[in-house]
Design a protein around this ligand. Structure first.
Ligand code: NAD
Length: 456
């Protein structure tokens, strides 16, 4: 492992990755290789947790290809030194921001979108001119093996490599000195990553999770809300970092809404979701057992079926769990949807303030003031008004958490910027050299104060 890293450092120091044509050549090769492996990607995800081809395309394969297309198309523009308006105080000068790769980057990926969340950061790290060591998740063996093959077929190990393994491998990797660490995963592991990074003052992006609320008031078209919410909650069987974790709905419309939710779940997955080709499995037994335990001593009003031997948990609705119940203690990360109610805005505040800042928040309302107040009042990574999940899909929006849900952001150009150091440079003109800043300072202070007032 340390050999690979020192070889990557040597390769980075050779300056080869600083050339845009060099990076483009590899990004294009990566795209070709991934396109060749399209069916293998669907098969791997199907074997890992029965994810459908449709969901794999819209939430993994399609997004990876679009990020590659974006990087290939814009790389020259993104990496060009950007001219900045100079300060009159340094006249005459021309000022620039140079985008500089950090060097050798470590990317640690999770299992829930194992293809996308490994490759999207890798694409942007390579686009920005870094070398990469990727540690994919040990829980999605087929996808991780495929990622290793794809990367090996495109890159020499001293440029980009995938090292498979679990916690031990991750721990060993974290003991090395990196120039940047990009982590996607849970909050507890995020803290371990932050500590390892701090040891070498290594900059880090933490893409974590949290309990993302979904607030619904009584001004909405409930049928449409139910349809959009069922899609967003049960996509990937609820194993989505920005899945609505729980609902807070105006008390008087709760019963009507529950009826509609049940209808939409039946429409989406049929009487027996276990037989549905569109409903994935829980990633492993440990997580299946964790989810089954959340259903104990609680008011299950729909679903609640499970089959531990097949890692299956059905779409499930829970009525008014207490904030002290297990289901409300941690991020659920599965197809279980608790429904809480509110009468006043203070009730909403009471519930949300119970948790750390979440990665997402969803508000369904046609009341502009209510929406505006909610967006201003609560801190969260990002969100959607009148839908769920879809903010992830626009690469012009930075994606990331705040507080306990993470730090830093990426997607599209924000990803390129994340893996680049912004180097500020002033090129000073030599044809004029006012004496104002030089000693002796006698009688210059008043003039400098005036200039600061005008131009600083
Ligand atoms: P995880 O934290 O268990 O694992 C993530 C990665 O860290 C894996 O590669 C794993 O091998 C490694 N790891 C696990 N334990 C470690 C340890 N003790 N030391 C060092 N490395 C370790 O997360 P997960 O279960 O794979 O993913 C689920 C979590 O990820 C959820 O909390 C979810 O919200 C979050 N998530 C966040 C985003 C985002 O973009 N913000 C996206 C997907 C998932």
């Amino acid at each position: 492992m340390s050999n690979i890293i020192s070889e990557q450092k040597t390769f980075f120091n050779s300056q080869k990755t600083k050339t845009i044509t060099f990076r483009l050549q590899y990004l294009k090769a990566l795209k070709n290789e991934i396109l060749l492996k399209e069916q293998a990607v669907y098969d791997a995800l199907q074997h890992d947790f029965k994810k459908s081809e449709f969901e794999t395309f819209i939430s993994e394969f399609g997004l990876v290809i679009s990020q590659l297309n974006l990087a290939i198309k814009n790389l020259k523009k993104w990496s060009k030194p950007k001219r900045i308006t100079p300060s009159i105080l340094s006249f005459p000068s021309t000022d620039y921001i140079y985008k500089e790769p950090y060097g050798t980057v470590l990317i640690i990926a999770p299992w829930n979108y194992p293809f996308l969340l490994a490759l999207e950061p890798l694409i942007m790290a390579i686009a920005a001119g870094n070398t990469v060591v990727l540690k994919p998740s040990e829980l999605t063996k087929n996808t991780s093996q495929l990622l290793t093959d794809i990367i090996k077929n495109v890159f020499p190990d001293n440029y980009a490599v995938s090292i498979e393994g679990g916690i031990e491998t991750s721990t060993e990797l974290l003991a090395q000195k990196w120039d940047y660490i990009f982590f996607t995963g849970s909050v507890p592991v995020g803290k371990i990553i932050a500590q390892a990074a701090a040891k070498h003052v290594t900059p880090v992006t933490l893409e974590l999770g949290g309990k993302s609320p979904c607030i619904i008031d009584d001004t909405v078209n409930l049928k449409l809300v139910a349809k959009r919410l069922v899609w967003g909650k049960f996509f990937n069987a609820g194993q989505t970092c920005i899945a609505p974790d729980y609902i807070i709905i105006k008390a008087k419309i709760k019963n009507d809404f529950i009826k509609l939710l049940k209808i939409e779940i039946l429409k989406a997955y049929g009487e027996n979701p276990k037989e549905s080709a569109d409903f994935p499995r829980i990633i492993n037994t440990k997580n299946t057992v964790r989810l089954i335990k959340l259903l104990e001593d609680i008011d299950v009003i729909f679903g609640g079926d499970f089959d531990e031997s097949e890692n299956y948990v059905s779409p499930t609705l829970i009525d008014e769990p207490s904030l002290e119940s297990e289901v409300m203690k941690h991020e659920i990360f599965g197809p279980i949807l608790p429904i809480l109610t509110y009468k006043t805005n203070e009730d909403i505040e009471h519930i949300i303030s119970n948790f750390e800042k979440p990665l997402a928040c969803y508000v369904f309302s046609n009341n502009k003031n209510f929406v505006k107040e909610t967006l201003i009042k609560y801190s969260f990574g990002g969100g959607v008004i009148n839908d769920t999940l879809i903010h992830f899909g626009n690469h012009k929006l930075p994606f990331g958490g705040v507080g306990a849900s993470g730090m830093g952001a990426y997607h599209g150009k924000y990803g390129f910027d994340t893996f680049s150091h912004a180097k500020s440079i002033i090129k000073r003109g030599n044809w004029l050299d006012p004496s104002l800043r030089y000693t002796p300072y006698t009688k210059k202070l008043n003039l400098i104060k005036k200039l600061f007032k005008l131009f600083a």
